[in-house]
Design a protein around this ligand. Structure first.
Ligand code: PMV
Length: 320
């Protein structure tokens, strides 16, 4: 049995940082994100009873390092007593772009694995399973504006608005290639254990989520911009105050931030967010996307600029 699914990366506007249950990979806070279009990961899972072990091929090359996380996902979705699988992943965007390639990869893998095994699971069940592999992957099961609510014992993911309800553009300014110095799981634990701001971060998240949800409902760009930049800078403040400090930015990240400020001062509808890496993501109105793109492209230290719109939910493309 074989199945293929496609999922797109997402970018958090109200950030997730910190885990409350490491074993189950449960987040310490809820989050709100936008799912992208154009950039995507296509994942094929082929169950093969003649195989002796799982195999993973990423963009045509064998990828042993990621295999344990992929096998663990297959165990969770299909069950530990399963056939071995050949998993093939193809992404049309650079992994070094800091675009949470794990979100689109584990969302697509979860969906393809369930279909290949003949398991019919709801979008909610798939997102809970994906969350156990990568917290942000749960959000890529849905399109448009997506909220991950942190319930008492489990998460609940839902769509707040569809991609066509409020079209926005996303411009990613890539300022550095190469993998991040500290992975997000390890970094979140460092923050939880050492950052003096961590408790405060947890205490105010629900209020931030309420404000962002209200801004999305009202299509209030200025209110969304304000809470999203606040959430981003607050998350990075938690990181900076950790021991050892977690500083993911480089000088070009700050230059991009200044570019966004200049654009805002000249009247453009744009705001920034930054994840656990040095790339800056600008969210803007489609009317302003050309000037935002050109301004970031000519910002000192920017090596590449990617453009995207809001995209839809993860989907199956082959089901044999
Ligand atoms: O899903 P993870 O474990 O890669 O963590 C994602 C963390 C951030 O990208 C920094 C924030 C977020 O909500 O996506």
């Amino acid at each position: 049995m074989q199945a293929t699914a496609i999922a797109q990366p997402n970018i958090a506007l109200v950030k997730y940082w910190g885990k409350r249950d490491l074993a189950r990979n449960l987040p310490a806070v809820g989050s709100i994100s936008v799912t992208l279009s154009g950039l995507q990961t296509e994942m094929t899972v082929r169950l093969n009873d003649a195989g002796h072990r799982d195999r993973l091929i990423v963009n045509g090359a064998s990828a042993e390092k990621m295999l344990p996380r992929v096998s663990a996902t297959l165990d969770r979705v299909i069950g530990e007593k399963r056939e071995f699988a050949v998993v093939e992943s193809r992404s049309n965007f650079p992994i070094a772009a800091g675009l949470a390639s794990s979100a689109s990869a584990f969302a697509a893998l979860t969906m393809a694995a369930a279909a290949a095994a003949g398991r019919s699971l709801s979008q909610q069940e798939l997102s809970r399973l994906a969350a156990e592999s990568s917290g942000s992957a749960a959000r890529s099961l849905y399109g448009g504006f997506v909220e991950l609510r942190n319930g008492a014992d489990e998460i609940h993911v839902s769509q707040l608005a569809a991609e066509n309800d409020w079209p926005l553009s996303i411009i990613v300014a890539v300022t550095e290639a190469g993998p991040k110095a500290v992975g997000s799981t390890e970094a979140m634990e460092i923050s939880r254990k050492t950052s003096p701001f961590y408790g405060n971060w947890l205490a105010h998240q629900d209020g931030d989520l309420d404000i962002a949800r209200g801004a999305i409902e009202a299509r209030d760009f200025a209110a969304l911009a304000s809470i999203a930049e606040h959430s981003c800078l607050k998350m990075h403040s938690v990181m900076w105050a950790s021991r050892p400090p977690l500083v993911y930015w480089n000088p070009a990240t700050l230059s991009c931030m200044q570019t966004v400020r200049d654009l805002q001062n000249s009247g453009a509808d744009v705001f920034f967010t930054i994840d656990a890496g040095p790339q800056l993501k600008a969210i803007c109105s489609p009317d302003d996307s050309d000037i935002v793109h050109d301004a970031l492209r000519s910002t000192s230290g920017v090596i590449d600029v990617l453009r995207s719109a809001l995209g839809g939910a993860a989907r199956l493309v082959v089901d044999e």
